[in-house]
Write a protein that binds this ligand. Structure first.
Ligand code: IMP
Length: 487
């Protein structure tokens, strides 16, 4: 620890995820089907990190999620419920019951990107007893709209002045593009750290794919949807399949960044760097739902992997992600100090509201959410059966992360379970961020890059902790205590 002469808020957490792209915070969510779909990807990007969309689903579903991230504009509803002129008053009442809100735009063909002809609100249908009447009888047609491209601030001020509940955003031909809602006015927070490319207003989108030939078609669809970063998702990245995929991707899509992995040794990293990766993902067997080391006897302790690989990759300017085993802020600090540029979290984020699925009450009475390894029997069976996929099983066959999914007998490398509910990432990630800033302040460094440099120079040092030192470093000697981490 060196001298500290600055506040924690002065610590910058800017860090590269690939050779080309820098994020404002070093937090990445795992491409797992209980962790990252579009909601997590959008919120992680808003908070300055990144969510990597999983591929245990059909090509169409995954590309639609990428599209949702790219189209997301904070505050604007990009997929509003739209109705057609033939909808009846009774049907609108049923929609209100189902969604819990009234106020539906009516367009010529009942879809988004069609001409807006009115809006039907609660007030219009509340006392209208002829339920079979069409909405055109009751909807208001004196619309105030705004043109697409308007800033959230300007749109909010039009909405405020208009005294209406909803502001349709339309293109030059009057087609509905999105909607702004009065009830959301107060919720439209600003996200100054949001992850965007310098030339773009859109959030950065990242997604994972496998390394089978079919994944090339998947990749094409994802790129068409606006993908910025692809992660080649394999538990053992140094394979001929991955090397072929890296070369193919760099040749076919020069503007797309490729992160390879997973790797845990310099030799593995060297192959992928030579093939042209823009970033590496480090970790094998250290994930919280992982049994790879136990069952296969392969893998490597995470600290040794992160230190060895990232010091080597730094010589080629290739940033590394420390993936797996992150349980708290301390682990994040250690990952970054050992040379990683970012950390990837699965279990730690699976309990948040933005992960897929709903929380439920466990047998012990605690609020929990499902979390499973992608190499668990459950996840691999879903993949084999095409679960979550609306189309053929073949489209899923290409997504294999473990070389086992195509086999007759599945060999598990992960478990299926649950984690405690954690509330929203909009609270949890800022806690991780503040915790990390405080840690770097205590260490006496003002940025993630300074932390890494000082470790190499020997100014920030690791010391072996004996078992008794570890016991002394934890809470001890108390009769009982509550471990509330933030408020
Ligand atoms: P966690 O943050 O400790 O929960 O680890 C998440 C990481 O575990 C993921 O990003 C993957 O690299 C890895 N992982 C996911 N599923 C499995 C599995 O079934 N077996 C082994 N590792 C897994």
């Amino acid at each position: 620890m060196s001298h500290t002469g600055f506040p924690a808020s002065a610590v910058t957490l800017e860090t590269p995820i690939t050779k080309r792209i820098t994020l404002k915070t070093p937090f990445i969510s795992s491409p797992m089907d209980t962790v990252t779909e579009h909601s997590m990807a959008i919120h992680m990007a808003l908070l300055g990190g990144l969510g990597v969309i999983h591929h245990n689903c059909s090509v169409e579903e995954q590309s639609e999620m990428v599209r949702k991230v790219k189209r997301f504009e904070n505050g604007f509803i990009l997929d509003p419920i739209v109705i057609s002129p033939n909808t009846t008053v009774g049907e609108v009442r049923a929609l209100k019951e189902k969604w819990g809100f009234g106020g539906f735009p009516v367009t010529e063909d009942g879809k988004l990107r069609s001409k807006v002809i009115g809006i039907v609100t609660n007030r219009d249908i509340q006392f209208h007893s002829a339920l079979s009447d069409q909405v055109t009888e009751v909807m208001s047609t004196d619309l105030i709209t705004a043109k697409t491209g308007i800033t959230l601030q300007d749109a909010n001020s039009i909405l405020r002045k208009s005294k209406k509940g909803k502001l349709p955003i339309v293109d030059e031909n009057g087609n509905l593009i999105s909607l702004l809602s009065r009830s959301d006015l107060m919720k439209n927070l600003s996200y100054p750290l949001a992850s965007k490319l310098p030339s773009s207003k859109q959030l950065i989108a990242a997604a994972a794919i496998g390394t089978r030939p079919e994944d090339k078609t998947r990749l094409q669809k994802l790129v068409e949807a606006g993908l910025d970063i692809v992660i080649l998702d394999s538990s053992q990245g140094n394979s001929m399949y991955q090397i072929d995929m890296i070369k193919y991707t760099k040749e076919t899509y020069p503007n797309l960044d490729v992160i390879g992995g997973n790797v845990v040794t310099k030799e593995q990293a060297a192959s992928l760097i030579a093939a042209g990766v823009d970033g590496l993902r480090i970790g094998m067997g250290s994930g919280s739902a992982c049994i790879t080391q136990e069952v296969m006897a392969v893998g490597r302790p995470q600290a040794a992997s992160v230190f060895g690989v990232s010091q080597f990759a730094a010589r080629f300017g290739v940033p590394c992600i420390a993936d797996g085993g992150i349980q708290n802020v301390g682990h994040i600090v250690k990952g970054l100090a050992l040379g990683a540029s970012t950390v990837m979290m699965g279990g730690l984020l699976a309990g948040t509201s933005e992960s897929p699925g709903e929380s439920y009450v466990s047998r012990e009475g605690q609020l929990v959410k499902a979390y499973r390894g992608m190499g668990s029997i459950d996840a691999m069976e879903d993949k084999k059966a095409g679960a979550g996929s609306k189309d053929s099983k073949a489209s899923n066959a290409g997504t294999a992360r473990y070389f086992s999914e195509g086999d007759r007998l599945l060999v598990a490398q992960g478990v299926s379970g649950s984690v405690l509910d954690r509330g929203s990432v909009t609270k949890f990630v800022p806690y991780l961020m503040a915790g990390l800033q405080h840690s770097l302040q205590d260490i006496g460094v003002q940025s993630v890059s300074e932390l890494r440099e000082k470790v190499i120079q020997g100014d920030v040092r690791f010391e072996l902790r004996t078992v008794s030192a570890q016991a002394e470093g934890n809470v001890h000697g108390l009769h009982s205590f509550d471990k509330k981490l933030y408020s």
